[in-house]
Design a protein around this ligand. Structure first.
Ligand code: NDP
Length: 287
C-alpha cells in the first residue's frame, strides 16, 4: 500500500504536487484555505478534509506548499499536537524561518524537513523537477520514494536552513542572469537590433560563462585569485564602458552601477591585479 500523503496548500504548485502523488498511486488528503481550489484534485481522487486538524490526522506525512512560512503557523498553529507527524514544508522563505519552523514542529512532537523546489508547476512530477531537502537525512530516506514523485530529491545537509539557501542561490543566479539578459538586449536594442537577432549571442554567452565556473570555484575555495588570464582591473574597465554606453543611450543604470561598484571595490582594495573572482571579498564584506 502506497504511503498516505496529506497535502496542505493548493496553489499552482500544490495542485501539481497532488496530481503527481495521485498519479503515483498514493492516497492523498488535501486542505486549502480557499476550499474551491481543491475541486480539481478531489475530482481526480483526493479526499477533501474539512479542517487542517482533520487533514493532519489523516496520515503521517504532511506536505505543505504555501506562500510563506507564516501560512504554516496560521494553518498548523491551532492543530497543536503534531506527535508522530513528518512535516515537509516545500514553501519558500528565508533560511532562518525554516530553522525556527523545525524547532516549532519538534516542540509539538513532529519531525521537520525543509524543501526548496526547483521547478515550475508545469514540470512538477517530471524528470526535470528537483527538490533540495535539509533536515535529518534518515527522514528523507524514509519518505524518499513518495517525495520523488514531486521531484528528484537532493539532501543538502542537516541544517534546516540549507535547503532554502540552495534554493535562494539558484534564484540569485536565475534573477540576476535574466536581468543581465534584458539589459544587454536593451543595449543592442538602442541601435535597432531586435531581441531575436541578439538571441544566439545571448545564448552562447550564458552557456560559455558556465565553463568559467569550475576554475573559479577552486580559486574561491583556495582563496587564491591569480590574475594571469585576466584581471579585475581589465574587467573593471569593461564595467566602466558598459556603464558609460548604457548612460549614453538613456538606459536604466542600476545593474551596470552595481557591477562597476564590485570592481571598483576590489581595485580600491589594491586587488586590481587579481582575477575577477577576487570580487567575492567585497561581496562577503561590503563595508
Ligand atoms: P500560491 O501563493 O499561489 O499558493 C500558495 C498557497 O498558500 C495557497 O493554497 C494559499 O491559499 C496558501 N496560503 C497563503 N497564505 C495563507 C495563509 N495565511 N493561510 C492559509 N493558506 C495560505 O503559491 P504557489 O503554489 O505558486 O507556490 C507555493 C510555494 O512554492 C511558494 O512558496 C513559492 O514561492 C514556491 N515555488 C513556486 C514556484 C512556481 O512556479 N509557482 C516555483 C518554485 C517554488 P489560498 O488558495 O486560500 O490563497
Amino acid at each position: 500500500m502506497n504511503e498516505h500523503v496529506t497535502l496542505i496548500g493548493l496553489g499552482p504548485m500544490g495542485q501539481a504536487m497532488a496530481g503527481a502523488l495521485l498519479d503515483g498511486g498514493h492516497p492523498v488528503t488535501v486542505w486549502n484555505r480557499t476550499a474551491s481550489r481543491a475541486d480539481d484534485v478531489v475530482a481526480r481522487g483526493a479526499v477533501r478534509a474539512a479542517t487542517p486538524a482533520e487533514a493532519v490526522a489523516a496520515g503521517g506525512l504532511v506536505v505543505l506548499s504555501l506562500t510563506d512560512y507564516q501560512a504554516m503557523y496560521d494553518i498548523l498553529g491551532p492543530v497543536e499536537d503534531l506527535g508522530g507527524k513528518v512535516v515537509v514544508n516545500l514553501s519558500s522563505d528565508t533560511p532562518d524561518k525554516s530553522r525556527e519552523a523545525a524547532q516549532w514542529v519538534r516542540q509539538r512532537g513532529g519531525a521537520f524537513l525543509t524543501g526548496g523546489v526547483l521547478a515550475s508547476a508545469e514540470i512538477v512530477g517530471t524528470e526535470a523537477a528537483k527538490v533540495f531537502y535539509s533536515g535529518p537525512a534518515e527522514l528523507l530516506e524514509a519518505h524518499e520514494q513518495t517525495l520523488r514523485l514531486i521531484g528528484k530529491p537532493h539532501h543538502v545537509g542537516e541544517d534546516p536552513g540549507l535547503a532554502q539557501l540552495f534554493y535562494l542561490a539558484h534564484i540569485d543566479l536565475f534573477l540576476v542572469s535574466l536581468a543581465a539578459y534584458l539589459h544587454a538586449t536593451a543595449l543592442v536594442g538602442s541601435a535597432g537590433v531586435s531581441a531575436l537577432e541578439f538571441l544566439p549571442w545571448a545564448v552562447e554567452n550564458l552557456n560559455t560563462n558556465s565553463f568559467l565556473l569550475p576554475a573559479a570555484a577552486e580559486q574561491i575555495d583556495r582563496d587564491e585569485h591569480p590574475g594571469d588570464l585576466g584581471t579585475a582591473r581589465m574587467m573593471g574597465a569593461s564595467a566602466d564602458h558598459l556603464l558609460a554606453a548604457s548612460e549614453a543611450v538613456g538606459l536604466d543604470l542600476d545593474l551596470p552601477r552595481a557591477i562597476k561598484a564590485h570592481y571598483d571595490r576590489a581595485i580600491a582594495a589594491g586587488k586590481g591585479g587579481d582575477s575577477w573572482t577576487r570580487l567575492i571579498d567585497g561581496i562577503r564584506q561590503p563595508a
